[in-house]
Each structure stands twice: as C-alpha cells, then as structure tokens.
Design a protein around this ligand. Structure first.
Ligand code: ADP
Ligand code: ZN
Length: 210
C-alpha cells in the first residue's frame, strides 16, 4: 500500500505515520526528518535547506523531489510506504505521478489552526533519531530522553511561535490545494485530529481500512 499523509504542520502526521508503519510493516518516510538529518551531517543539501527550514519556508521543489526519488528507489519501499510531509506542493505531486508511482490512498488529518499553534509549543524531537514527542500528549518515559534511542529531546527551531504562523500560512497557500488534486482522483480520505493520539489513530486506521 502506497500512502500519503496530508495535514498542517503539527497535525500529527509523523506520530500517526510511525504507528501505521508498525501496523502495516511499511516504512514511514518523512522529508522533514531526511532534511534535518542532512543538516546535522552537514551535507551540501542540508546546508542549502537550512535557511528555508529555519524561517518556515518550503525547501525548493527540485531538492525535495530529488530526495524522495532516491528514497523510494530503496529496497524497503517495494511493498509500500507512507509519505509524511511529501508532496507539499502541486509540482511535487506531479513529480510523484511522473515517477510512475501509483498512490493508493491520501489521508488528510484535519486540525484547526488554533489547536496547531497550542500543540507546537509543546513539541519535542529527538536530536539523534528524529522521533517526536509532546510534553502533554505524547510524553517520553523519561523527561527529555528519547524512548527509542536514548537521545536528548529538544525544541525544533521552526517550532517557535512566529515561525509556526508562517508555516501555517504556507500550508494553506501551497499544500492545502493538494486536497483538491487528490479528491479528483477519488483517493482522498479525511480523519479529524483528536486531543489524544490513540483517538486519532482509531479514526486514521478506520479511514484506511486497516
Ligand atoms: P511539519 O510537518 O511539522 O511541518 P516537517 O518536519 O515535515 O514538519 O518539515 C519541516 C520543514 O522541512 C518544512 O517547514 C520545510 O522547510 C521542509 N520540508 C519538509 N518537507 C518538505 C517538502 N515536501 N517540500 C518542501 N519543504 C519541505
Ligand atoms: Zn531517538
């Protein structure tokens, strides 16, 4: 099954992608995590992406499309994948179509802007493996420490309040039109994001028929 998760920044795509990944045994691919890893490793692509990312802008399409093309060619994507954070623009969706990749289902996780802003202030990410947590909704077992790898949790620079508003603006302008794009193909489904992760998961799995 080839899946796309759509939704505003902080809507819970990454969290749900990890859960679907375990349940369906297909990899969750987050362009945000790939770019952050490149940045941390100081690669040329990472350096190029840094200024866009830090200011809440989208990284240029050609860069992200290149990343995804390489990632989807890897062995573990043979039986399907979950895309989290890609496509984020119409040209990115067109590029995916042009690669000959058939998408089975596009799930939009809907969360109102006010809730997004409140949520982002509590978000923490593992500086080692990229797993995400929330100080209220998804607490790690030990404060400040990643459950998965023991890495230190930190606040992402682009989760600062002013940057979050910019990212929401970018989402409504550039990413939300993808709902229409996929609605036309009959592949769009919707789940309303809930306060509790587990409640959202229930709706997500229902919508996907899993
Ligand atoms: P969130 O889903 O919380 O917005 P991500 O980790 O998916 O966070 O993305 C963080 C940043 O990485 C984005 O604001 C953008 O700068 C960059 N990015 C990630 N995916 C893409 C993409 N498909 N196209 C362009 N930029 C991207
Ligand atoms: Zn970790």
């Amino acid at each position: 099954m080839n899946l796309i998760l759509l939704g505003a920044p902080g809507a819970g795509k990454g969290t749900q992608a990890e859960i679907i990944c375990e349940k369906a045994g297909i990899p969750a691919i987050s362009t945000g995590n790939i770019i952050r890893a490149a940045l941390k490793n100081g690669t040329e692509m990472g350096l190029k992406a840094k200024s866009y990312m830090d200011s809440g802008k989208l990284v240029p399409d050609d860069v992200v499309i290149g990343i995804i093309k390489e990632r989807l060619a890897e062995e573990d994507c043979k039986n399907g994948f979950i895309l989290d954070g890609f496509p984020r623009t119409i040209p990115q969706a067109e590029a995916l179509d042009a690669m000959g990749i058939v998408i089975d289902c596009v799930l939009s996780i809907e969360v109102p802007d006010e809730k997004i802003v409140a949520r982002m202030s509590g978000r923490r990410v593992c500086s080692a493996c990229g797993a995400s947590y929330h100080v209220e909704y998804k607490k790690p077992k030990t404060d400040g420490v990643c459950d998965l790898c023991g890495g230190a949790l930190s606040i992402r620079k682009d989760d600062e309040p002013e940057t979050v508003l910019d990212r929401l603006h970018v989402y409504h302008e550039q990413t939300e039109p993808l709902k229409d794009y996929y609605e036309k193909t009959g592949k769009l489904r919707t789940a309303i994001g809930q306060e509790e992760v587990a409640d959202t998961t229930k709706l997500v799995l229902e919508a996907l028929g899993l």
